[in-house]
Ligand binder design. Structure first.
Ligand code: AVI
Length: 322
């Protein structure tokens, strides 16, 4: 996520539209221009992201689910009984279902999610599936310090679950800060169970962010529709295109929205000029080797206790402890 997110998320909700305008105007004054990636996730964006997860090229979800299905019992055994499971950015919590099936006597499930509706729906679904697990939802921004609810009974450990390789959407410094925050929230005996996408063949990586059906392109450009609605801007979506390329030096997919013409766009009272071919940076999706990620964990005062890989070796789930 772009660093300006941190500047403005000082409330436990998404910023109101007047702040969104300020954030967008500031990003468009920067050079190169950039917009924060949370602007992807309006209602349509969240729906398009679910569709991305079903595209054949987007291996991340498929591989992580098959990993959790194959290795769930081993993972649950490593975590042990009487765990309080805190999930960051739980969304629809599909992988959690697999984990909760395996965990022995979980003390509570605490999904932390900024969008109230997906939070409500996922808790409703999981409460019906796991009536013996106390649900303690927290509608909050997981990048901010959290006040976790008191558990109904003492937990042996708090495990923070952060699947989906969402850690990849933070640059290295932000990722280390976030891991450090998790470290303090999990306490002495706690752990972090985290999904981490791995470095691999560039063609496979680029295909995952340029699916043939064009869903990712639609997801990317939907950010402009969201900005138009939230700020009264007049981006013409037909005059921009999606671009996602792997930057091997930085080890990340870099997604840009590229202007296909020289044009002016009204953003509030500001007139923003775009050159033909000018690119706005909207998302990083960092990819790690196992060594890279161990070094990042180390920077946050953590060590990698376990690494599990899917059968194709594309994706990892890792368990970090102090
Ligand atoms: C949410 N996050 C891990 C996704 C990713 O792979 O970076 C978001 C995404 N952007 C385009 N496709 C998927």
């Amino acid at each position: 996520m772009n660093s300006q997110v941190a500047d403005f998320r000082d409330d436990d909700r998404r910023p109101p539209d007047n702040l969104v305008l300020e954030i967008v105007q500031r990003g468009l004054r920067a050079s190169p221009k950039r917009l924060p990636s949370w602007l992807f996730y309006d209602e349509r964006g969240s729906h398009l992201f679910e569709q991305i997860c079903e595209q054949p090229e987007y291996y991340l979800t498929r591989c992580e689910i098959s990993l959790m299905q194959a290795l769930g019992p081993q993972i649950a055994q490593t975590l042990g009984p009487d765990v309080r499971l805190v999930e960051y950015g739980s969304g629809h919590a599909i992988k959690t279902d697999i984990l909760l099936q395996q965990l022995a006597a979980p003390v509570a499930y605490v999904p932390v999610e900024i969008s109230p509706e997906p939070l409500r729906l996922s808790v409703q679904r999981l409460a019906a599936r796991f009536p013996h697990v106390p649900m303690q939802p927290l509608c909050a921004d997981f990048t901010k310090p959290l006040r976790l609810p008191i558990s109904p009974r003492a937990a042996r450990r708090t495990v923070i679950y952060f699947p989906g390789s969402t850690i990849g959407n933070f640059d290295a410094a932000e990722a280390a800060t976030l891991l450090r925050k998790m470290r303090s929230e999990m306490g002495e005996s706690g752990g972090i169970l985290i999904g981490v996408d791995l470095k691999k063949d560039v063609a496979l990586l680029e295909a995952a962010y340029n699916d043939a059906a064009g869903v990712t392109a639609e997801f990317t450009l939907n950010m402009l529709a969201h900005v138009n609605r939230a700020t009264g801007s007049d981006f013409n979506l037909a005059r921009f295109r999606h671009r996602a390329r792997y930057n091997p030096m930085a080890g990340r997919i870099e997604t840009h929205i590229v202007s296909t013409a020289e044009q002016n766009v009204s953003v509030g009272r500001q007139l923003v000029r775009f050159r033909d071919g000018e690119a706005m940076q909207v998302e990083y999706s960092c990819k790690y080797s196992l060594e890279d990620f161990a070094a990042l964990a180390h920077r946050a005062g953590l060590e990698v206790r376990n690494v599990w890989l899917d059968p194709e070796g594309m994706f990892s789930v890792q368990y970090l402890v102090r």
